[in-house]
Design a protein around this ligand. Sequence first.
Ligand SMILES: [Zn+2]
Length: 216
Amino acid sequence: MSMQSEVVSLVNISGQKWPPRQRAYFGSLVIQSPEPGQAYAVTPVRACTSVMDLGDKRSMEIRLSAREIADDLVREINGDSGEGSFHGVFVATGPEPTAVELAEARKKLEEFQLRLVEAADLEWERSHNMMFITDLERRAARELRVEKPWLYDRKPMADCPACGEKIKPGVAVCRSCRAILDREKAAEFGLVEREEKGGEEAGKSSERTPEKGKRK
Ligand SMILES: [Zn+2]
């Protein structure tokens, strides 16, 4: 076995922290996360010897290369969030990641995060319910530095008195049934015509109509 495969560098470009990885052959391993201001963190992974129990008190030693162990860890960390899942951990070809390796990882992470944000947008559009937005989706939006209504806890939604749909607090018009909920505010934004003085007279004249009949 060549010396190069005895230690490989597991690179992490994400600020995310994972619980230590447990393996019978090395015990516990903490994947390092970059400190603020750092682009990445390196966790060295060493080759190990695993003892395989064959039964009948027989066992076999299996040599696992550092690369095999690192690949296994990368699969475990990156692969738990559906298709194209990537959390920013990869195995570098050298002791330190190259600029190309880092750029590729950043692109892959960003693509995955954009997909998470899109999924959250769709969910929000459908349900307007924070409960359905996952921590993973929130983290993706924060890391991409995009502002989303589903990122924050908002005032609870109210029910429209006309149609019963959920409405944001303080809106002038219900987006479902177009009922005017705040006439003054609606007029301010040109959504309804302002009540004019002439309107009052028009009201009076319509009231007069039945009076005419009485006079006769
Ligand atoms: Zn309504």
